[in-house]
Design a protein around this ligand. Structure first.
Ligand code: 15L
Length: 316
């Protein structure tokens, strides 16, 4: 098996076209050149003009996900779509609704109308984030979102299933862990996905034959992995990096992880903790004595929303 990490029977990327939505985001900026290096002809779409994204085979498309005609034009002639665009963190429900639920529907619809055979969907571990962590969590779990963000990922996975069953398209849902240049927290020792491994995973998801519908976790070959990589390996994913290389440094800074801390106790880490509770009315106690800690954005701390309300094509 090559370092590209593709299935032994994979069709090569050479000459095949892929549309990458959210190409200007953290993942997209690595995905576009990485897929191009594996022989894919990459068309990029983002809601903002793209600067400095390498590896594009034609001029980037600037469009909101709400713009169905623009999505149709972008999807025309594609062999696959990698759908990364959307709100990549917790946000007030109206933002999640527009960016991740309506937006994901728009992308699958454009793929269906355009006859695009496969969608690789950037799901997230937060679709099952309230699952208590055990030694190695598999993919066959009931949905257990930890946030509105996680809820939108449950929707996206179910939408993919619908389009497979009803229209015979193929969908691979990647429950991505922590895509970062390097791990920086004790949780990342288990959940890190290096950009190089992330590109290997995307290529495997795009090129494995006859996937039908698949849900896989996306992490590197972490010694302390929380999530079972067997389904991703079945697609041909060969993970190389290991967050353990950074363990000494991270544990020296943060100390040994406390198993009772939500960050360690749940699949979704601190997204399952009280800091992400919706706010209560000022002075109110809440009927159920609800937890406190979030600001009016639905996020902990003072965090301003990353995208304005109604934003439909923010990038992961
Ligand atoms: C995600 O899905 C988010 O997009 C990212 O910001 C991280 O929170 C990541 O999950 C994670 O679980 O570390």
């Amino acid at each position: 098996m090559s370092d590209f990490g593709a299935h032994p029977q994979a069709r090569p990327g050479a000459g095949r076209w892929v549309l990458v939505t959210g190409a200007g985001g953290r993942i997209g900026r690595a995905a576009c050149p990485g897929l191009a290096a594996r022989g894919w002809r990459v068309r990029a779409l983002d809601r903002r003009p793209l600067g400095g994204v390498a590896g594009l085979a034609d001029p980037p498309v600037v469009a909101e996900l709400a713009d169905a005609p623009a999505l149709d034009r972008a999807a025309a002639g594609m062999d696959a779509v990698v759908h990364l665009a959307g709100q990549a963190d917790e946000a007030p429900f109206p933002e999640i609704l527009q960016a991740n639920i309506v937006g994901t529907y728009q992308v699958f619809e454009a793929a269906r109308r355009g006859g695009v055979p496969r969608v690789v969907y950037a799901s997230s571990n937060h679709a099952v984030g309230f699952t208590p962590r055990s030694d190695l969590v598999g993919v066959d779990l009931p949905p257990r979102p930890d946030t509105y963000y996680g809820l939108s990922k449950v929707f996206g996975e179910a939408l993919g299933r619908l389009y497979v069953d009803r229209y015979g398209m193929e969908t691979v849902c990647l429950r991505i862990g922590s895509w970062r240049d390097r791990p920086t927290t004790p949780r990342h020792l288990s959940t890190w996905l290096s950009p190089a491994d992330g590109v290997r995973l995307l290529h495997a998801a795009l090129s494995a034959p006859d996937v039908g519908f698949a849900v896989v976790y996306g992490i590197s070959a972490n010694t302390r992995a929380w999530w079972d990589l067997a389904p991703a390996r079945a697609l041909g994913y060969l993970s190389v990096d290991d967050a353990e290389d950074y363990a000494e440094e991270i544990l020296a800074e943060h100390g040994e992880p406390d198993p009772a801390d939500p960050e360690q106790a749940y699949v979704g880490g601190d997204f399952a903790g009280p800091a992400y509770d919706a706010p209560l009315p000022a002075g109110g106690n809440g009927a159920a004595g609800g937890r406190r800690g979030a600001d009016a954005t639905g996020r902990p701390g003072a965090g301003a929303a990353a995208d304005p309300p109604g934003a439909a094509g923010a990038s992961r």
